[in-house]
Design a protein around this ligand. Structure first.
Ligand SMILES: Cc1ncc(COP(=O)(O)O)c(C=O)c1O
Length: 316
């Protein structure tokens, strides 16, 4: 329910403050679903900075309301027209534009990815999610959750909430998009199917094609169709501190409608992955207390959803 519709505003306000402090004139970034772009355009408007957002042509068509929002907020939206024309290509395009002028621009990356110190900065800016969720959960239930479920694209909402529970005996589930199948190109479950590699200036686990380049990926959630995850996710998973949950497109759509019809919250399709996994988990672990990170609102997704998936009858 955050202003601008997702957790992204948390780190964007901080990145804009940093840009002011460093004397930069312009914020530049990529966006997938448009949530990071809208949040950054908002922060730029608030702090009096220019803003340029790179977005894949496919996502521009799918997430039209967010494109208009960015433009209303005064940002320039630059289409990424190569490759699959989605999130990875938007990152390529934004990095390229940033490298042309690193003096007056600040690259405000949209997740816990990229070279150091971006993953750490974004995690720390997002840690407010975990601090507040922990406090509220304790207040409401008198104990810690048994399990936390968060969707993972690059991994910022998940790192934000996980960071508060790392030292606690709480199971942390990073929910990956299983898309529409297990073949390369049909999903973006990087931790599940990926291997070590380097992309966009960081070393992590990633999905690669036969030549070792970032593989094509798919998810119904435009903000989570990314062929890698932040390096800290790869590390936490490798030492067994976090676990992987999977959710496919159909399950995400089902959770999207269920949360809307039973709780009155229309979730972002990305966040619907965390909800869907929590519903599956709850069936198998009915006694456990689950904390779901609802990273964003689904306003941006409603046109796409109703065009492609019929609204189900409410099953009360
Ligand atoms: C609502 C929402 N949740 C999750 C994500 C995925 O990003 P991250 O994995 O960095 O939280 C996005 C990205 O656009 C988003 O808009």
């Amino acid at each position: 329910m955050n202003h601008t519709g997702a957790h992204k505003l948390n780190h964007c306000m901080a990145e804009a403050l940093l840009a002011k402090y460093l004397g930069k004139k312009k914020l530049i970034a990529e966006t997938g679903a448009g949530q990071h772009g809208v949040a950054l355009a908002t922060a730029a408007a608030y702090f009096g900075l220019e803003c340029e957002i790179h977005m894949g042509e496919v996502d521009i068509a799918k997430e039209h309301p967010n494109v208009v929002r960015m433009q209303i907020l005064g940002a320039k939206v630059v289409p990424a027209t190569h490759g699959l024309k989605t999130l990875k290509e938007a990152v390529d395009s934004a990095f390229e534009a940033y490298l042309k002028d690193t003096d007056s621009q600040l690259f405000a990356i949209g997740s816990v990815v990229g070279p150091h110190p971006f993953p750490k900065m974004v995690r720390d800016f997002q840690s407010v999610v975990g601090i507040e969720a922990k406090e509220q959960f304790l207040e409401m239930t008198g104990k810690l959750p048994d399990m936390v479920s968060a969707c993972v694209g690059g991994g910022s909402n998940a790192m934000g909430i996980f960071s508060a529970f790392i030292e606690d005996a709480v199971k942390l589930y990073a929910v990956e998009p299983a898309g529409k199948g297990i073949n390369l190109g049909e999903h973006s479950a990087s931790l599940t199917y990926g291997s070590e590699g380097i992309m966009h200036g960081f070393n992590s686990i990633m999905l690669k094609d036969k030549d070792g380049n970032p593989a094509p990926v798919h998810s119904i959630g435009s903000g989570i169709d990314y062929p890698s995850v932040g390096p800290e996710h790869a590390y936490l998973n490798s030492i067994g501190r976090t676990r992987i949950g999977l959710c496919n497109d159909e399950e995400a759509v089902d959770a999207f409608y269920k949360l809307s019809q039973h709780e009155g919250i229309i979730p972002a399709l990305e966040s619907a992955h965390a909800v869907a996994f929590a519903m599956k988990y709850a069936k198998e672990n009915p006694k456990e207390a689950i904390l779901v990170n609802l990273s964003g609102r689904g306003d941006k997704d409603i046109d796409y959803i109703v065009e492609n998936y019929p609204i189900p009858l409410k099953d009360i």
